[in-house]
Design a protein around this ligand. Structure first.
Ligand code: ADP
Length: 456
């Protein structure tokens, strides 16, 4: 008779036939012993010996079973030894259990590794079942969609992300394109890209990505291109108008004075375009060179040059005061610093009415930090406009800026240069009274001689 035990879907050969024959042999031996003693000491003794033998067999069996029952309460341990016929049954079961335990641990380790890998993803990932019920999500997805896995697991994602376009997206039958969704998180608006992908049977993987910065950069790029085009269109239109007039008019229709006037206006527009291109090139150079080439900068020379240029721009209409520490030098990029220094000075001239005073300072502050500041008694700036002054193409008064040859990029350049020197650009102003623009450099930019001078 072939007997087999099904264990975890696999057959384990049973030693039962062997054990049965052993039991039969034991019973037969007790019966033979009883018969032998019965023929010698009487039938009653023979039966008693036989009964005692059977009793001993039952008791031994019972004891073995109770040891096995005790083992089943902690089957991680090896089975009890010397349990007679059970030895041969328990050994393969225990081997199988041990193997299964090892397999399970290996699977748990693989699962753990997969979860760790999913957690390390720079994107958010979550798994959903066919009813869009949340099963699992990584930290990034939890942060993107304000999820709490402990609380939200088992809940429909449609109840968590309450946006009609998201509900509509999940109802599609194929998801070739991701969904762009504007969500508010901790009072901050962000743009998320959500992409659903089916896998397995009725399972879905949703990948989330924060594209707020990418969108912002894209908008900045579009605005920048639109602004540059707009800035160039105005002088170009004026220039083309004059050229057409000169072209269409007969030579004799204009006297030398009129012709000269037209040419001067055309040159002004050409200068405006040239200034714009020069500022755009400066900005592009600032942005495309990631590291600063630091050298000792003769600040006194740069400031004196900028002062001379500003005095020429002012044409004697303003009073200039300069407090310059000629020995104070810093390390940095001379061309970049020259651009920032002259931008602040020329702005002071352009936004100060004739008769005003422009004060330039290059000294060390009480805290030891070198400061370049330009103060004017000009038109000043309203408080609400101050934070926007360093934005590209921002002007408080567009007409005045254009009239004086402004490009709308001067302060953006100055701010960029300051940042590249780990300096701060500070602006204080009062409408009608004047403004002060200050660049505060860090102490570690001081050249050795200047630093020693201060220490002494
Ligand atoms: P712009 O070429 O137009 O001068 P800037 O970037 O240098 O461009 O300055 C941005 C705007 O900040 C200017 O259009 C002007 O409105 C304002 N501004 C700059 N400097 C001064 C100043 N010293 N006084 C008053 N307003 C100023």
């Amino acid at each position: 008779m072939a007997i087999s035990i099904q264990y975890a879907g696999q057959d384990i050969d049973s030693p039962l036939p062997d054990n049965m024959s052993k039991t039969f042999v034991s019973v037969a031996l007790w019966a033979f012993s009883g018969w032998l003693l019965g023929t010698w000491l009487g039938a009653a003794t023979g039966w008693a010996v036989f009964a005692m033998g059977l009793l001993i067999m039952v008791l031994v069996s019972g004891r073995q079973l109770s040891r096995i029952v005790r083992w089943t309460q902690d089957i991680d341990k090896p089975p009890p030894p010397s349990v007679g016929p059970w030895d041969e049954i328990l050994a393969p079961i225990y081997r199988k259990l041990k193997q299964n335990r090892i397999d399970l641990q290996e699977r748990q380790r693989s699962l753990h590794r997969a979860i760790l890998a999913a957690e390390a993803l720079p994107d958010g990932a979550m798994t959903l079942d066919q009813d869009m019920t949340l099963q699992w999500c990584n930290q990034v997805a939890a942060e993107h969609l304000s999820l709490n896995l402990e609380m939200d697991r088992g809940h429909s994602i449609l109840h968590i992300v309450r946006a009609p376009e998201f509900a509509h997206y999940t109802q599609q039958t194929s998801w070739d394109k991701p969904l762009l969704l504007h969500l508010k998180h901790l009072g901050r608006e962000r743009l998320l890209q959500l992409h659903l992908a089916p896998y397995g049977a009725g399972q879905y993987l949703m990948v989330t990505r924060d594209v707020t910065l990418i969108e912002r950069l894209e908008n900045t790029r579009k605005d920048f291109v639109a602004n540059v085009s707009h800035e160039l269109r105005t002088p170009l239109t004026v220039l083309t108008g004059f050229l057409e007039t000169l072209h269409d008019m007969p030579e004799t229709a204009l006297n030398t004075e009129q012709r000269q006037h037209y040419l001067t206006l055309m040159m002004e527009q050409a200068d405006n375009m040239q200034a714009l291109v020069a500022d755009l090139l400066t900005l592009s150079a600032l942005e495309s060179s990631p590291s600063l080439d630091s050298q000792p900068v003769p600040m006194n020379e740069l400031i004196q040059t900028a002062l001379t240029q500003s005095q020429a721009l002012s044409a004697g209409q303003h009073r200039f005061v300069a407090h310059i520490d000629a020995k104070l030098n810093i390390s940095g990029c001379a061309t970049e610093l020259a651009s920032a220094i002259s931008n602040l000075l020329s702005n002071a001239v352009r936004y100060t009415a004739p008769g005003g005073t422009i004060t330039v300072n290059w000294q060390r502050h009480a805290d030891g930090r070198p400061r370049y500041w330009v103060q004017d008694t000009g038109i000043g700036i309203a408080k609400q406009n101050i934070p926007r002054l360093t934005e590209r193409f921002f002007r408080v008064d567009r007409g005045r800026s254009r009239q004086t040859g402004g490009t709308g990029l001067g302060l953006a350049i100055a701010k960029h240069v300051a940042m590249r020197h780990q300096a701060e650009l500070e602006i204080t102003s009062e409408p009608g009274r004047g403004s002060t623009f200050t660049i505060v450099f860090p102490k570690n930019r001081l050249c050795e001689a200047s630093a020693q001078q201060h220490a002494a």
